[in-house]
Ligand binder design. Structure first.
Ligand code: NAD
Length: 473
């Protein structure tokens, strides 16, 4: 909590929930049960650092909802981590999974460290120790709770987690399903790395393909030609920027920790990434202008603003200066409820985090299914499909006496690889979720914004699940 932020992150999730609950008919007891965090595990453990010092590490794992098993949600490494934040993020996961029809309860983990201040060996020791603490309390496992990457963690940490888990559970045939976001060699799925950014892109593209919505925002239909600003050039921000650029949008500004840059002709995120790697900063990128403060990027005139760094970056203070027509919440909780009120007044469409950044958990679900089935996607059908397509094409060419071009032949013949199937499953998921939320919004004109419509959709699904379990007769 701070002067600009009078209540905590978890309280702001609760406020959004309460705002949406008014548009449902559920028993208050059911609503109370959905809102509450079911299990909160707060831990402290010692780790010996490279210089011989013993540091006591503060960490958390929260299981927000057990209405479906396992629980699912990332692990964050940040010195901002606290119980309230992990609880808020875990609850967002419950609603997110419900919206995208992924059959998990919400969970989240956090270790209160700044990973930049530790050596790789120290990070490995912290991650492995955290995992064994989770095992001890049955807070991890393919059927109980399945972590994934989040802010400050990636494939490397997930590999340490699965290795620790498997060594503590010898012979557990489904051990690989205890965590997702793993490297391919450790049971990961192709297409996971870019999944969240790609999901952000698919979700916003679907919104931009809705003529009535674009008319309301004063924009043309489609992505091509739209101006985009991205905050955060990490996993989610980088891939969001990449897919928007590849679809013909112009990424006119990028913001990072150390500053922000702008080029009205468009920036290439890969070149900026290489520049940052070489110089240690995105600033002074050739052809771009440095902005005075990194938060200035959030206030630039643009069609689509993608905050993809941390929570609460757009609040009651700076929201009145936001000029974007659409905000795509790639990060978790980047806009506060006060900001939402400003957006409603100004007619800015805020596409909410809890479904827009669900690409990661959707593809994590595909990875978990792959781990449980012990077979790579596409392995069974790729050759069969190619043989069948070849046969159909051969028949058409023989009967018509005409040949298709080599490019068309390659396209028609192609049998699905793992990545094709994963991307296709993600595209279907994001399109369906966007349409469902818009339907809820349209069917109840009293709903003030898309976030509330998304919450209503989530509450209806989770409440139905509880009601069908018979807990609340
Ligand atoms: P990341 O660590 O890969 O990247 C975050 C980036 O934001 C870093 O490059 C960091 O330097 C930058 N950053 C930090 N503070 C900033 C500031 N004030 N201004 C500009 N940039 C800043 O993390 P990520 O995985 O990309 O996650 C980003 C957000 O997306 C988080 O809110 C996370 O919870 C959410 N998210 C991530 C995933 C996923 O699959 N990784 C899925 C869903 C949601």
């Amino acid at each position: 909590m701070s002067a600009q932020q009078p209540y905590s992150f978890f309280q702001s999730v609760e406020r959004s929930f309460d705002k949406a609950a008014k548009f449902t008919q559920w028993n208050p007891g059911i609503l109370e049960q959905i809102k509450a965090c079911n299990s909160v595990y707060q831990m402290r453990f010692p780790v010996k650092m490279d210089d011989g010092r013993i540091e006591v590490i503060e960490a958390y794992r929260v299981q927000h909802s057990h209405h479906k098993a396992p629980c699912k949600g990332g692990i964050r490494f940040s010195d901002e981590v606290n119980q309230d934040e992990v609880m808020a993020l875990a609850s967002l996961m419950t609603y997110k999974c419900a919206i995208v029809n992924v059959p998990f309860g919400g969970g989240k983990g956090g270790i209160k460290i700044n990973p930049r201040k530790y050596s790789v060996y120290e990070l490995e020791k912290i991650t492995r120790r955290y995992t064994s603490e989770l095992v001890k309390k049955n807070f991890i496992g393919p059927g109980t709770d399945v972590p994934a990457p989040d802010y400050g963690t990636g494939e490397r940490e997930m590999a340490w987690i699965v290795d620790t888990y498997a060594s503590l559970k010898p012979g557990e045939i489904d051990a690989a399903g205890c965590v997702t976001g793993k490297p391919i060699t450790q049971g990961g799925v192709r297409g996971r790395r870019e999944a969240t950014g790609l999901g952000v892109f698919y979700g916003i593209r679907e919104v931009c393909n809705m003529e009535d919505v674009m008319n309301r925002q004063g924009l043309s239909v489609g992505i091509a030609g739209k101006t985009v600003v991205v905050q955060g050039l990490g996993n989610v921000g980088f891939h969001s920027a990449k897919f928007f650029r590849e679809a013909g949008a112009k990424v006119i500004a990028l913001a990072e920790y150390e500053g922000a840059i702008m080029n009205p002709d468009g920036l290439n995120e890969e070149e900026v990434f290489e520049h940052r790697k070489a110089t240690g900063s995105i600033l002074n990128f050739p052809g771009a202008t440095n902005l005075a403060k990194n938060t200035d990027a959030l206030e630039l005139a643009c069609d689509i603003l993608i905050p993809a760094a941390l929570e609460n970056v757009i609040n009651g203070d700076n929201a009145p200066r936001v000029q974007a027509k659409i905000i795509g919440e790639a990060a978790n909780g980047p806009c506060t409820p006060e900001a939402d009120e400003v957006f409603t007044q100004k007619g800015i469409l805020c596409v909410p985090d809890m479904y827009l950044n669900a690409g990661g958990v959707t593809v994590s679900y595909f990875e978990w299914l792959k781990n449980l089935s012990h077979v790579r996607y596409g392995r069974m059908e790729k050759r069969f499909t190619e043989n069948l397509n070849g046969h159909i094409l051969g028949q058409i060419e023989e009967l018509s006496g005409k040949k298709v071009s080599d490019k068309e032949r390659a396209f028609i013949m192609h049998g699905p690889e793992e990545k094709d199937l994963v991307h296709s499953g993600l595209e279907e998921t994001m399109i369906t979720a966007t349409r469902e939320i818009m339907e809820v919004w349209k069917s109840n004109p009293g709903i003030p914004d898309m976030r509330t419509a998304a919450y209503v959709n989530a509450i209806n699904k989770v409440a139905t699940s509880y009601a069908e379990l018979g807990i609340f007769p």
